[in-house]
Design a protein around this ligand. Structure first.
Ligand SMILES: Cc1cc2nc3c(=O)[nH]c(=O)nc-3n(C[C@H](O)[C@H](O)[C@H](O)COP(=O)(O)O)c2cc1C
Length: 298
């Protein structure tokens, strides 16, 4: 068959597809179909929905880490196992660290996607090294830029205006994982150095609810949304109204979800972060409050 005949046949093929009302399949759709033949487990942790939104692109039924940790030590087996979680000071949240350390993951392809808001610095290498120490050897670790929910530094109203090209980045990540690419994003320290990061991580990893949070009592209506979204059940109702105490993930789920904006970050002790804009809060627009509650409620 010469080139002209081949083109003619291709044209007839496309015309037949168009007449039958069938859209030509995209590369992404083909990769998704191929992935269906495999068993893929995806675990996620989220405070404001970014990581849940991303996890849902990789699995129809991603599993919440705060729900899984309640079940104790488990052995998970699949063709592919993935993890999606936020970057906290260029490291994984403590609850994710513990989940990786205390369970067994058996899969020929292990991947992690870290959602971040401003600078992922060396998070992929950090996750690789931490997980390796715990016996989990990742094939692929990459990050995706989204709204930065870190209230000490960012005003959510400003963050939500920025186009962070999430769709384009997601398409690339889906393609990489669909093709079982081997890759770990290289560190880019920029203005940071290892000591600075270590200092920030130590502060994050040792946070407690009473050190971090302040309640505007006149605003609180005791709806207990904070308690429902907290992965550590740090909130309760006492004689004196809402109370909080305990080891804190520093995820800010409670602060972002409070419908009264009654929770804020303390700024009255050395190192207390304070807030950029206490009246601006965030939740990923594709994720509901009920989704966050189902993910984190203890
Ligand atoms: C305690 C804390 C620390 C964070 N540290 C970083 C950071 O070092 N770099 C960064 O780019 N984003 C950082 N972020 C932003 C989050 O990683 C980002 O907004 C993420 O997408 C939130 O995911 P989620 O909506 O699933 O909770 C931090 C957020 C919090 C709450």
């Amino acid at each position: 068959m010469d080139r002209r005949d081949a083109l003619k046949r291709m044209g007839l093929g496309l015309a037949a597809v168009a007449m039958a009302g069938i859209a030509p399949r995209t590369h992404a759709a083909i990769l998704k179909d191929r992935a269906k033949d495999k068993k893929r487990l995806v675990f996620y942790f989220t405070a404001t929905g970014n990581s849940l939104f991303v996890a849902r692109q990789f699995s129809d039924n991603p599993l919440s880490i705060p729900q899984e940790v309640k079940k104790g030590s488990q052995v998970f087996e699949a063709d592919e196992i993935g993890f999606v979680f936020p970057d906290y000071a260029s490291a994984a949240p403590v609850i994710v660290q513990e989940f990786l350390a205390k369970n067994t993951f058996k899969a020929s392809y292990l991947f992690a996607i870290v959602t971040f808001g401003n600078a992922s610095v060396m998070v992929a290498e950090w996750v690789r090294d931490y997980a390796k120490e715990k016996g989990v050897n990742f094939n692929y670790i990459n990050s995706i830029l989204m709204v930065d929910n870190y209230l000490p530094v960012f005003d959510m109203n400003e963050q939500m205006k920025i186009d962070k090209h999430v769709d384009e980045s997601l398409a690339k990540l889906l393609e990489d994982v669909g093709a079982q690419k081997n890759y770990v994003q290289a560190a880019d320290l920029g203005f940071f150095n290892q000591d600075m990061l270590k200092g920030m991580q130590d502060q994050h990893f040792s946070m407690t609810a009473d050190r971090l949070l302040e309640l505007k009592k006149d605003r609180c209506v005791e709806c207990m949304t904070c308690e429902k979204v907290c992965p550590h059940k740090n909130f309760s109702l006492g004689n004196d109204g809402l109370q909080f105490a305990g080891k804190c993930e520093y995820c800010l789920a409670c602060v972002h979800a409070c419908p009264q904006k009654a929770l804020t970050l303390k700024s009255n002790w050395p190192g207390a972060p304070g807030e950029r804009n206490p009246e601006a809060r965030y939740r990923n627009p594709n994720v509901s409050l009920m989704d966050i509650i189902k993910s984190n409620r203890q």
